[in-house]
Ligand binder design. Structure first.
Ligand code: ZN
Length: 243
């Protein structure tokens, strides 16, 4: 069983289509989504259609999905972020927003495999796991041997063996090499690791590996749509920079 783990699509349909094509070439049996389907990009509704059309084995809620799903107050956001979030709400139907509101915070698509958007120990607080100390705290609470997450848009992996937590760059991880793994699957639609290509992770349950994958896509087309929609220019620029 091979599962394509996709996260942080952020309304980038060009990136999502490229990842789906690449995953199918890799012979994946299923897709699972780790949240933030919408927000930032110009195609939130179309990305929802595509994700649902994949008939994913699991979808968890991201913070941007939550912000788009209801009319909660966004006054604590900076003006650019608030404007983009309000624009995203306007693009979605009532049914889309209800679907986003109903997403669970965690999912277990296979025994021992936990999916979350932000952190396994307190997923609804939207904390960030960026550094080893943050990962160590999360791994201490984590019960599943394998936890996959998104949210930071930086593909990295943390392994707990005995009392020791080690950090590993994006690449291929042998899941048998540690007691527990906490692995960031990368971002499809807005990578922030200085590699602008769309990122996702191939989980091969039969072999016991998780492999970071990258897909080229039409960045210029996604940028043009962001500018045409009147969304902040920075949201277009950063796609080419991968940050
Ligand atoms: Zn995100």
């Amino acid at each position: 069983m091979k599962i394509a783990l996709i996260s942080d699509i952020h309304g980038n349909l060009e990136a999502l289509d490229a990842v789906v094509t690449q995953a199918r070439h890799q012979g994946v049996d299923a897709f699972a989504c780790l949240g933030d389907i919408v927000g930032y990009g110009a195609d939130p509704a179309a990305c929802l259609v595509t994700v649902r059309g994949l008939d994913p084995v699991a979808v968890v809620q991201g913070n941007h999905d939550a912000y788009a799903s209801d009319d909660r107050d966004l006054s604590s956001f900076n003006p650019h972020a608030r404007g983009a979030a309000l624009w995203t709400r306007e693009q979605l139907s009532a049914a889309d927003r209800a679907w986003l509101a109903d997403l669970p915070m965690t999912a277990e698509p296979a025994p021992g495999v936990l999916l979350v958007h932000a952190t396994p120990d307190d997923p609804s607080s939207w904390y960030y796991v960026r550094f080893r100390a943050e990962a160590a705290e999360a791994l201490e609470q984590q019960r599943a041997p394998w936890c996959f997450y998104g949210h930071t848009h930086v593909p990295t992996a943390f392994a707990l063996s005995g009392d020791t937590v080690t950090e590993h760059d994006g690449g291929r991880h042998d899941l048998a090499d540690a007691d527990r793994w906490l692995i960031n699957v990368g971002s499809v639609g807005q990578p922030r690791d200085l590699d602008p290509r769309a990122a996702w992770t191939l989980l091969d349950l039969a072999v016991g590996t998780a492999t970071l994958m990258r897909a080229d896509y039409d960045i210029a087309a996604a940028q043009r749509k962001i500018l045409d929609a009147g969304l902040p220019e920075r949201l277009a620029e950063r796609l080419a920079e991968g940050r």
